[in-house]
Write a protein that binds this ligand. Structure first.
Ligand code: ADP
Ligand code: ZN
Ligand code: MG
Length: 473
């Protein structure tokens, strides 16, 4: 039997407000445990929450970016559950009326466009962190009450690749509009994947399994693929009904498998009710206006790059995959590099040479250096081949003065016509017989002459040689 995969994603994005969502503690990451805390985020009885206006503004910006409906009136609710990192025994979240309603995100996979529906996005507070060390479990509440935007998609994705493409696009969007640093290692962008299968052609939705807290694109893809396989095998072995239950599973990156963590609560188990400590939210026109004022979106940038610079869609997709890459690219253009040269030397040549943890931000080669290299190629001061040698050195020594290196490495091309003509004359007279053959129609010999000239006159500009040689012959 043929199966179809059905995936819906919930993504928690930590908003980069200076202070927490319901108190004025700082949100900075990596502080000593339990230092960014106050009675409110410690959940002490009687402490009252106050909503952070910036968090609401960032939610509006997100809604604008995905063309979603905005609920100007919304409410906060208590989601009740106990866990040691949740001192109040409830999380303040939104249930019935989230700030962000239906929207959509477009993905491109192998050149094919697809629109993925976003069901909703709501504001909520994060929990603290449990740290298990040997026989002790410790609790750090610095993260408690930091603002999250939970973005819930429709079950519209049909493969792990589509899910990853959606996440990458979502990641770009929140980075481009500046509402989150979306640092995956620090947990500022984490994803729960809901996965089910169904026989191809069957329109019903089957039992979904939720895989929690995935924080790398690679693991998300692997986790989904493993889970799909597990469900298909259960179906084929006739044990689907028994083995595939609505539950929360965890992915273990080392073994590459998912494991049951707990049964899945339904919404009713959380006993949601309106939080009596918080007023209903009303977003006035002023805040709407502030929130709607967002910077250029990934797809807008992509269209502009294609339109203004004649860049192919697949190349533009690579650039908009990362805000840093776009910023680097645009800076290169400002330093005078031509767009196509900048694209190739940034994405193919530079990125292709960076290994391990090295990125364009810490490789030591800044946009000015790379732009200079591209300019020297278009000025024909150096050949593309020499530029590659030069870039090897720049990567190796973590940056440097491009022009000084051109001189010290002796890479400068000879563009001196007189000198090139001299060499050409010499080559042609030494090979007078071949010149005759060429003239009687053996075109292929042209390459031979170029080779001879290049050998005698090291470092000459090959396009000059071509041009002058054609004239002479
Ligand atoms: P919960 O918090 O209980 O997980 P949500 O409504 O926040 O509930 O999220 C449910 C997610 O599961 C959504 O992303 C939705 O698209 C997805 N989903 C629902 N049904 C299925 C299904 N049969 N297969 C895969 N994903 C599903
Ligand atoms: Zn606090
Ligand atoms: Mg869920």
């Amino acid at each position: 039997m043929n199966f179809e995969t059905v995936i819906g994603l919930e993504v928690h994005v930590q908003l980069n407000t200076k202070t927490k969502i319901f108190c004025s503690c700082a949100t900075s990451f990596g502080e000593s445990p339990n230092t960014n805390v106050c009675p409110t985020c410690l959940g002490l009885p009687g402490a009252l929450p106050t909503l952070n206006r910036e968090a609401v503004k960032k939610a509006i910006s997100f809604a604008t970016a995905i063309d979603a409906q905005i609920n100007q009136n919304s409410i906060f609710a208590r989601k009740n559950y106990f866990y040691p990192d949740l001192p109040k025994a409830y999380q303040i979240s939104q249930f019935e009326v989230p700030i962000v309603g239906k929207g959509q995100i477009e993905i491109v996979l192998d050149g094919v466009k697809k629109t993925i529906g976003v069901t909703r996005a709501h504001l909520e507070e994060d929990a603290g962190k449990n740290i298990h060390e040997g026989e002790f479990s410790k609790i750090d509440l610095n993260r408690a009450c930091t603002p999250l935007l939970e973005i819930v998609s429709e079950p519209d994705m049909r493969s792990a690749d589509e899910a990853v493409a959606y996440l990458k696009k979502l990641h770009s969007i929140v980075r481009f509009i500046g509402i989150s640093d979306a640092n995956m290692q620090e947990g500022s962008f984490r994803c729960d994947a809901n996965v089910s299968i169904r026989p191809k052609g069957d329109e019903r939705f089957y039992i979904r399994v939720e895989i929690k807290n995935l924080n790398s694109f690679k693991f998300i893809g692997k986790a989904i693929e493993y889970e799909v396989q597990r469900q298909i095998e259960a179906w084929e072995d006739g044990v689907y009904e028994r083995e595939i239950v609505q539950e929360t599973r965890l992915f273990d990156p080392v073994s590459g498998i998912t494991r049951s963590m707990r049964g899945k609560e339904g919404a009713a188990d959380y006993r949601y009710f309106t939080d009596p400590d918080l007023l209903p939210v009303f977003i006035d026109e002023e805040l709407m206006k502030e929130g709607r004022d967002i910077s250029e979106l990934p797809d807008e940038k992509k269209d502009r790059y294609m339109r203004d610079f004649g860049i192919k869609e697949s190349d533009a997709e690579v650039l908009i995959g990362s805000l840093e890459l776009c910023e680097y690219f645009e800076a290169m253009l400002e330093y005078g590099a031509n767009p196509k040269g900048a694209l190739t030397w940034l994405t193919t040549e530079l990125l292709g040479r960076l290994k391990g943890d090295v990125t364009i931000l810490n490789c030591g080669i800044d946009s000015e250096m790379l732009a200079t290299l591209v300019k020297r190629i278009s000025e024909e001061k150096i050949s593309g081949k020499s530029a590659k040698e030069l870039l090897d050195v720049l990567v190796e020594q973590k940056g440097g003065d491009v022009d000084a290196l051109i001189t010290s490495m002796g890479l400068e091309q000879v563009n001196d016509d007189g000198m090139i003509i001299e060499v050409i004359e010499r080559v042609l007279s030494t090979h007078a017989d071949k010149v005759e053959e060429y003239k009687s129609g053996k075109d292929k010999l042209f390459g031979f002459f170029v080779g001879q000239v290049m050998k005698e006159a090291k470092g000459v500009n090959p396009s000059k040689v071509n041009e002058l040689l054609k004239e002479r012959l």
